[in-house]
Design a protein around this ligand. Structure first.
Ligand SMILES: [Zn+2]
Length: 250
């Protein structure tokens, strides 16, 4: 097997394992429980056997139900595992000629995934998850030996949310958003931080309008912003923002 394929498979398998760990991390952080100890079924409290904890495969083999009490296991678990695997593969394919950079990108992608899923379910962003993005961003900055653009991006990202936090006295955005804006800006650099914010707000506004139109939400409903910021960050990272800026003539 060519080395390229071997490394790709290693990234994919690591993605599944890290995805499985992410589920534990997300659930236990939400419930304020320690990370040690075996995983239990939330319905019947039985400790889950190792062979029922194989990422994605166990969910399929069990038909999405607990082996003992037959209550459904949330679809979010295999989806988180699959999403982590896809992000790990994408990070490698984007930087297959630079393994250290691929690993830093994996760290950033993983942090974004944790922030997104946690915010979608709990409506808050733990600083510990955002710190993972910041670590990957610092590593990327060091590998690329580019300092000015990341630092300016971090300032813009932090200032954008810091300003809203100040004028709304913490009501529109939380202090966690400021650190998230800082970390994503540090990773993307100045030229991609502004497209990230633009794409995030446009996507968020579109989804908000659709939800209101479908009577799924009212004007007063709160929408978790983390997932939209993640969409904006990925799109900007892949250069979608540059095309958009050209389109509006900037
Ligand atoms: Zn059970």
């Amino acid at each position: 097997m060519p080395p390229h394929t071997v490394i790709l498979i290693l990234f994919a398998v690591s993605g599944l394992v890290v995805g499985s760990f992410s589920n534990v991390l997300l659930i236990r952080t939400a419930k304020g429980k320690p990370l040690d100890g075996r995983s239990k079924c939330p319905h019947c409290k039985k400790v889950i056997a190792w062979y029922d904890l194989i990422p994605v495969l166990s969910f399929v083999l069990l038909g999405g139900r607990c082996r003992r009490c037959k209550k459904p296991i949330g679809l979010r678990y295999p989806l988180t595992e699959l999403a982590t695997m896809i992000l790990f593969i994408a990070a490698y394919l984007l930087h297959s000629n630079n393994l250290p950079l691929a690993i830093m990108t994996v760290i950033v992608f993983w942090g974004i995934l944790l922030v997104t899923v946690f915010d979608a379910y709990e409506m808050m962003i733990p600083d510990a998850f955002t710190a993972i993005i910041a670590i990957g961003a610092l590593g990327t900055m060091w590998l690329e030996q580019q300092f000015l653009s990341p630092l300016l991006g971090a300032c813009v990202g932090a200032a954008w949310f810091g300003f809203q936090w100040l004028i709304s006295r913490g009501k529109i955005v939380g202090s966690g958003d400021i650190f998230l804006g800082f970390s994503l800006g540090l990773w993307l650099g100045l030229s991609k931080t502004i497209p990230m914010l633009a794409i995030a707000y446009m996507t968020g506004a579109c989804v908000g309008v659709i939800l209101i139109a479908m009577d799924r939400a009212t004007r007063k409903s709160r929408l978790a912003f983390g997932p939209f910021l993640a969409i904006g960050a990925f799109a900007a990272y892949l250069g979608v923002g540059d095309a958009y800026l050209q389109l509006i003539g900037l």
